[in-house]
Design a protein around this ligand. Structure first.
Ligand code: AMP
Ligand code: ZN
Length: 137
């Protein structure tokens, strides 16, 4: 995917401030951080969305998240962090190469998101439970 900006970073064609790398995974500083130390963690192989990846491929990426989160927390003094992974433009995904954000958080940092929890009308939750289970292979 040579028109993909993250594939270009993997290939060394554009620069990034790399934090960690192994055969399957690359982590680097987000160029537009929501907080100091905001990291991205990506598979080296191009996938647009998480559901295109096998469980093992996702596991190869996510297995490095605890160590990276611990390092960024200790380096920045963050009190917590969000791990965020967007799929599809409607979900806020701007770069169509799977990536996990690690976003350090501090009390009163002004970050936040709308979490407009709603209630299911009677029976809708059980209906969805059955529909989703039926789609599991
Ligand atoms: P998303 O909205 O989940 O697709 O997030 C894409 C993220 O990629 C944004 O936070 C951008 O700041 C970041 N980003 C885009 N281009 C680069 C780049 N060349 N190097 C580092 N981060 C980038
Ligand atoms: Zn890519």
């Amino acid at each position: 995917m040579m028109d993909c900006i993250f594939c270009k970073i993997v290939a060394g064609q554009i620069p990034a401030l790399k934090i960690y790398e192994n055969d399957h995974v690359l982590s680097f500083l987000d160029i537009g951080p929501l907080a100091d130390g905001h990291l991205l963690v990506i598979p080296k192989k191009h996938y647009s969305r998480l559901d295109e990846m096998s469980g093992d491929e996702v596991a190869a990426v996510t297995r490095v998240l605890p160590e990276l989160a611990d390092a960024v927390v200790r380096a920045t003094g963050a009190q917590g962090y969000n791990v965020l992974q967007n799929n599809g433009r409607v979900a806020g995904q701007l770069v169509a190469h799977v990536h996990f954000h690690i976003i350090p958080r501090m009390a009163d940092d002004g970050l936040g998101y709308r979490w407009n929890a709603k209630k299911y009308p009677a029976g809708k939750d059980q209906q969805l439970q059955q529909q989703i289970i039926a789609e599991l292979k």
